[in-house]
Design a protein around this ligand. Structure first.
Ligand code: MSP
Length: 484
């Protein structure tokens, strides 16, 4: 990590790369939104930020879907990939680097990564006998398989008994460093503790290849025509191939990542296999591994068969990007599971965005304009200093839903202050007092828009355009109310 100018750091945040086996759903949006808030916040802090995203295009699941669709796997992912990029753009997420794992450049880099792992002595060949979930594209140990009654709880599918010759990654060699990494990097702590429990008897070596006849759609293992890389090795590598590793132009200044954002279901791959790979490559470990919870719909897991999959692109088209960003960042607790329903979404939209924030902006702009208030907001005494301090505390801890909640406490406090001080009455009795009250609010709405910027960049910019001056501009309707 290097500082070019004083205090300016190069910072890198990564997002998990979704499987391209179906259209995007709101669960996929979570990684991007959390990462985007962090990236925008750090950028505002003056740092140079890169954010990676991508698509996980190999593996048996994609192969199977392509077969069902009657097209080649490459065709299948080529058709689907643009939709994922549309989602990212619609969510107003500032991705700077994008990796598709079927890109030949990525494959070439992965093969070099494999060679380096091999040269580091952490790859060996062995017969594998065990349990495999094709949904997770992952092997589980006998103990784990027994604990889940030989059925994957996430995919509700029986585990398959697999017996084959594979390459292995010597993860066990790094148990101590992995434990230390989990203790220091995984956020929230309770998820880290779950991982520590998984490896309490030591981290186990993992199979990192599959025979070609079982998996043809993947990156070939170098110098072995009969084996294909296990999809997770290929996928995890994206975080560094995005920075051109291991080529000469590797952007080493951006590694290690400050933050890697993943969902709770894939934390174990990132907390165990990934650090082992990085340690073997002689690369530093990410500083923070942020695991978020799951979004359910009406308290039920989203699934195609239940027909309850919510499309983030449609949601943005219907309600606007900031409304979508707001709901998922505020009402899905960052570390826990949360619930989406149209009713909850609309209640938050009308109550918190249209009423609380929208009304504050329009009432305040109208009064400042109507009473021709002389501008003194830059010197006014803020009433929301305590909320601002709280906000920064939550931002540091990645508790974004609480950070947003705190902004709303400030918004509501401003609304109450208007109701209590009644500037329209003061205008008749004490215009100096009225001007003072409105300038306090004017200063505070400028603070609120600044805090809102990483979360609702468009709305914040509109608020700024109204208030950032010596007079106010007419306030647009930020969030037109919607019918239930
Ligand atoms: N391809 C792997 C990730 C490889 S990263 C090197 C994968 N793909 S996924 O499509 O299943 O999930 C992509 C991301 O979306 C993961 O972070 C996952 O946790 C997240 N989510 C998928 N469904 C989700 C919800 N319902 N709610 C919140 N996040 C969810 O895993």
């Amino acid at each position: 990590m290097r500082c070019d100018k004083i205090g300016v750091m190069k910072k890198y945040i990564t997002t998990a790369i979704p499987y391209l086996n179906a259209r995007p759903h709101i669960g996929h949006a979570m990684d991007y939104l959390l990462a985007d808030v962090w990236a925008r916040h750090e950028t505002i802090g003056g740092h140079e930020v890169r954010m990676s995203a991508g698509a996980d295009e190999h593996g048996t699941k994609v192969e199977q879907k392509a077969r069902e669709a009657g097209v080649s796997p490459q065709q299948f992912v080529d058709d689907l990939a643009p939709t994922f990029r549309v989602m990212i753009a619609k969510l107003n997420v500032g991705v700077t680097d994008y990796v598709r794992t079927s890109d030949p450049e990525h494959a070439r880099r992965c093969q070099e990564i494999w060679r380096r792992l091999d040269a580091a002595g952490v790859i060996y060949k062995s017969k594998y006998q065990g349990w495999y979930c094709s949904g997770c594209e992952s092997f589980v140990t006998e103990t784990e398989a027994r604990a889940m009654d030989y059925q994957c709880p996430d995919h509700q599918k029986p585990l398959e008994k697999v017996s084959e010759e594979n390459y292995y990654l010597r993860v066990s060699k790094f148990t101590d460093q992995i434990r230390e990494f989990v203790r220091t990097a995984v956020v929230p702590e309770f998820r880290g503790r779950e991982i520590l429990e998984l490896i309490k008897d030591g981290a186990q070596d993992v199979s990192i290849s599959r025979p070609l006849e079982k998996l043809a759609w993947g990156v070939p293992v170098p110098d072995d025509d009969a084996q294909v890389m296990y999809v997770w090795v290929d996928a995890l590598s994206n975080y560094i191939t995005a920075l051109s590793y291991p080529d000469d132009d590797f952007a080493a200044d951006f590694w290690p990542a400050h933050v890697q954002v993943v969902g709770k279901d894939i934390l174990r791959f990132h907390a165990i296999i990934w650090p082992a790979m990085l340690l073997a490559l002689g690369l530093k470990l990410p500083r923070t591994l942020l695991a978020h919870g799951f979004i359910n719909v009406d308290n039920t897991k989203m699934s195609k068969s239940l027909g309850n999959v919510v499309d983030p692109i449609e949601l943005v088209e219907q309600y606007g990007v900031d409304a979508v960003r707001y709901f998922f960042l505020r009402h899905i607790p960052t570390f826990e599971d949360g619930d989406y329903t149209t009713e909850k979404f609309i209640a938050a939209y009308n109550g918190e965005l249209a009423n609380d924030l929208g009304n504050l902006v329009s009432r305040l702009a109208n009064m400042i304009d109507k009473y021709d208030v002389p501008s003194a907001w830059r010197d006014s005494q803020s009433r929301i200093a305590a909320e601002v301090a709280e906000f920064h505390k939550f931002m540091k801890k990645f508790e974004y839903h609480r950070a947003l909640e705190t902004i709303w406490t400030a918004v509501q406090s401003c609304n109450r202050y208007i109701d209590e001080t009644k500037p329209w009455a003061l205008a008749k009795t004490d215009s100096a007092e009225m001007a003072q009250v409105l300038n306090v609010l004017w200063g505070d709405i400028m603070i609120i828009q600044a805090l809102l910027t990483p979360f609702l960049p468009d709305a914040a910019a509109k608020i700024r355009a109204v208030f950032d001056g010596d007079t106010v501009q007419p306030a647009p309707i930020l969030f037109p109310k919607v019918d239930i």
